[in-house]
Design a protein around this ligand. Structure first.
Ligand code: ZN
Length: 491
């Protein structure tokens, strides 16, 4: 179904009578921050090349706002662009906060190519369908319970809308330069964040000299056992750098050892260890560590269940993309005692399963998916442990558990929290402050302009401050939502 990237068939190239770049018109290149500005969600950057009557527009990332209600409401606002006029969309990776608005964009008229890595195209099929199903289920549930403020509750998009997105995906290999419009080409470099994640390097021509824009996307950690280190980028005219952990370092030095400790403590109580893990990335890293710890006799050989349909499908993708991770071709994350729970019946049966056992389920921020049912049953049990292994955004149930709330709302009910809540930061898929600075150190000289994005205000400001004061980078800005900046003006 997926076709390889074919820049020569781009509509702008094939349009009969398309005139060459006029010499007299002044080209203005601008960037509008339509998400992930002063927050970590809804990533969308609109690049506009304006030359009088000629205009090219590209969207880098097309994420859904998640978390706080005031942010989620932005998904219902109209974008300040005409989807049908966009030349292309370029995606850094498949996470829903970077890709989950695509079905809505296509529903609203976008029909152009969507460029991303091959692993991202495979992940998107799984993740967008899941996102649509979740939204359909939530709307149906809200309607049935009558607790929606919208009457009736409508999903933002449906599975049928996602089906329209998939034929537009154009897989591109890491390191390969591809023209995405007449004046813009992009190259993807491994970001080490999730399978297929990329740093986008963009070349914009037509402005005196060719300009280089670098979008860091979400940056991964160094020395991850499954993914490669984020690729070093040495130069940029304009840089957008993420700052999720711009103000803090993870204290965890040895995730493997820390996981062994939590597993042993949880199982010593004869309880169930319920791990809230993102289906993409975290689940596979955990399986990698558990397999190793069991083989080395460092944790008991209790049954391990992966109860996440998406996590199971994503795990099966790893052998298909051996160039996108360190495990190598033919490697497996499977081990004796590991069970992939595919049937809903079996998932339900786990609710009454006594310990000791380990259940890995999603979503990682406890906002939806099968984890919610598991939490509903496990949170009130003192012998059980819930382990959070990732970033918990503001407004999510995961954040409330992390903050020690004694009751959380689920299915319209208040559920008491009597189990143990554990947290391991080192499993985050995001570079921490030190690692962000390590990656930024690769630049031989300061980019002419740097925008610190994808961070809550304190985190973004902290990173910006460090770049200004300690690294001597001038022109470091923290843009706000819907800010528009002119990057270059040509002759
Ligand atoms: Zn991400």
């Amino acid at each position: 179904m997926l076709q390889p990237a074919a820049p020569s068939t781009h509509p702008l190239h094939s349009r009969p009578g398309a005139s060459p770049t006029p010499t007299a018109a002044r080209l203005q290149v601008s960037l509008t921050f339509l998400g992930a500005a002063h927050c970590v969600t809804g990533s969308k950057y609109l690049l506009t090349l304006d030359q009088g009557r000629r205009r090219e527009q590209l969207l880098v990332d097309c994420g859904l706002f998640q978390g706080l209600k005031e942010l989620r409401l932005r998904n219902r606002e109209e974008l300040p662009l005409t989807p049908a006029d966009l030349q292309a969309v370029v995606l850094t990776h498949a996470h829903i906060d970077h890709s989950g608005y695509l079905p809505k964009l296509v529903k609203d008229g976008f029909q152009g190519p969507i460029y991303c890595t091959a692993a991202t195209t495979d992940l998107l099929e799984i993740m967008l369908l899941d996102s649509a199903k979740l939204q359909e289920e939530e709307a149906a549930y809200a309607n049935a319970k009558g607790y929606s403020r919208h009457h009736p509750a409508e999903p933002l998009y449906t599975v049928a809308d996602v089906e329209q997105v998939l034929p537009l995906l154009r897989p591109v290999r890491y390191g390969e330069s591809v023209a995405v419009s007449e004046q813009v080409s992009v190259t993807f470099h491994d970001a080490g964040h999730i399978l297929g994640s990329a740093i986008v390097e963009m070349q914009v021509s037509g402005v005196e000299q060719t300009k280089r824009l670098v979008f860091s996307g979400d940056l991964g950690r160094y020395d991850n056992p499954v993914l490669f280190d984020p690729a070093a980028i040495e130069a940029a005219d304009v840089l957008l750098v993420e700052s999720t952990y711009g103000d803090r370092n993870t204290l965890l030095t040895d995730p493997e050892e820390e996981l062994a400790r939590v597993v042993n403590e949880a199982l010593a109580q004869q309880g169930v260890l319920l791990i809230a893990a993102f289906a993409v990335g975290r689940t596979q890293t955990l399986l990698h560590y558990l397999k190793k710890l069991r083989a080395e006799g460092r944790v008991p050989q209790v049954p391990v269940y992966v109860d996440s349909p998406m996590g199971i499908r994503v795990t099966a993708l790893y052998p298909r993309h051996p160039d996108a991770h360190r495990l190598g071709a033919g490697s497996s994350l499977d081990f004796a005692g590991l069970r992939f729970v595919t049937e809903q019946q079996e998932s339900k049966a786990l609710n009454s399963r006594p310990g000791p056992a380990i259940i890995i389920s999603a979503s990682g921020m406890c906002t939806g998916g099968r984890i919610v049912h598991h939490l509903f049953h496990r949170l009130p049990r003192p012998q059980d442990t819930v382990l959070l292994v990732g970033y918990q955004a503001e407004g999510t149930r995961g954040r409330r558990l992390q903050q020690g709330e004694t009751e959380v709302k689920m299915f319209g009910e208040l559920v008491p929290v009597r189990c143990r809540i554990a947290q391991l930061d080192g499993f985050s898929a995001h570079a921490d402050r030190q690692e962000l600075l390590r990656w930024l150190n690769n630049f031989r000289q300061a980019p002419k302009r740097t925008f610190v994005v994808h961070g809550e205000p304190a985190a973004a400001e902290a990173l910006a401050q460090t770049l200004r004061e300690q690294r001597g980078w001038t022109n470091v800005e923290v843009p706000g939502y819907q800010d528009e900046v002119v990057l270059f003006e040509g002759i």
